[in-house]
Design a protein around this ligand. Structure first.
Ligand SMILES: O=C(O)CCC(=O)C(=O)O
Ligand SMILES: [Fe+2]
Length: 342
């Protein structure tokens, strides 16, 4: 296993193979003000107030930004803090323990790795370590999760049930807003969930490095819990904007598959994570995704206005394979999914 960035000691300068070329490194975009334009949506309103208004706000945010934050979502600040601290503890475990969690190459098992799953072939490495494992259905996966910290399985298990439920509530609002039948996503379109915890240690020269390169998430939606250190940036209209960490909010981002299912009515925005020189940053992404054999089909009840190319019918697992083969390159991925013109 390659040495985790969190295990390096006394890092004075950035090694050559962590330096991104000038066109992709953050450079002057490292320190940008928080964008107050990314909408903050109060989910309490949907339950106890004007549901239609909440739905409209969500759809607008998903159309303009592909990102929004949710507050009053029903998960307590205490539970968020407790789970975040358990995630952080994993990266403080001894080297040996972390090494043992790098078990095999199956995308589905629980593992800790550094940079990306393509470490051997990538040109430049990412300044991050990551813990990744599936979490839904819980009974199928929980026994494979880290045994230490000893509270991990129970704490993260309870939390991930709540996150899955939050995801369903948000997707119900989205399906209503798109004019789809209620509970449109409540089936094998959301049959799996993956937890991916990103750990970005301080970096001596953050303007040269990246925690995660520009990408779209290849799922339905992502629910992201950030700690209080900033680093998430969204690409909008040719510019990077920074997402403010709010203590009691989750960041929601529309996945590539939801863009396809909604026929481009909702956008999946490219985003990345930058590093900083003084604070370790941890973020936990909960990817709500289909079951492997689920067929991805653009929703029939949504009209085709955008003159988008017709896509082949494909299974989620084929899509994921293409996504990784094409190194997440969105244009190449789209081309590979287009039906042949006749
Ligand atoms: O760390 C972040 O804020 C972004 C994480 C992310 O984009 C991902 O895990 O896909
Ligand atoms: Fe992402």
């Amino acid at each position: 296993m390659e040495k985790l960035v969190s295990n390096w000691s006394n890092v004075q300068s950035v090694p050559e193979n962590y330096i991104f070329p000038p066109e992709t490194r953050p450079g002057e975009y490292l320190k940008i003000p928080f964008s107050h334009s990314i909408p903050i949506i109060d989910l309490n309103e949907a339950q106890n107030g004007d549901r239609t208004n909440t739905i409209q706000k969500i759809i607008k945010a998903a159309q303009e930004f592909g990102f929004f934050q949710v507050i009053n979502h029903g998960i307590s600040l205490n539970e968020m803090k407790e789970t975040m601290s358990v995630f952080k503890e994993v990266f403080q475990m001894p080297d040996e323990y972390k090494q043992n969690m790098h078990l095999d190459d199956d995308l589905k098992t629980c593992k800790i790795f550094t940079s990306s799953l393509r470490y051997e072939t990538e040109k430049v490495h990412l300044w991050r370590d990551s813990l990744r494992h599936p979490s839904h259905p819980l009974e199928q996966w929980q026994h494979l999760w880290p045994e230490n910290p000893t509270t991990y399985r129970e704490c993260v298990g309870n939390f991930s049930i709540k996150i899955k439920d939050l995801g369903s509530r948000i997707l119900d609002l989205i399906s209503e807003g798109l004019g789809l039948e209620c509970e449109y996503f409540d089936n094998d379109l959301t049959g799996s969930m993956i937890i991916s915890v990103n750990h970005y240690p301080p970096c001596p020269t953050p303007s040269l490095t990246l925690g995660i390169t520009k990408h779209k998430d290849p799922y339905i939606i992502t629910i992201l819990m950030q700690d209080d250190v900033s680093g998430l940036q969204v690409f909008k209209d040719g510019k990077w904007i920074s997402v403010e960490p709010l203590p009691h909010a989750f960041v929601i981002n529309i996945g590539h598959l939801l863009e396809i299912i909604s026929k481009g009515k909702l956008i999946s925005a490219e985003h990345r994570a930058v590093t900083n020189s003084s604070h370790t940053r941890t973020s936990a992404a909960f990817f709500i995704a289909p079951s492997d054999d689920c067929l991805i089909v653009p929703a029939q009840d949504i009209s085709d206005e955008n003159d988008r190319p017709i896509l082949k019918c494909f299974k989620y697992k084929e899509f994921l394979k293409q996504f990784f083969n094409k190194h997440g390159d969105t244009d190449m991925l789209r081309k590979s999914l287009e039906a042949p013109k006749n």
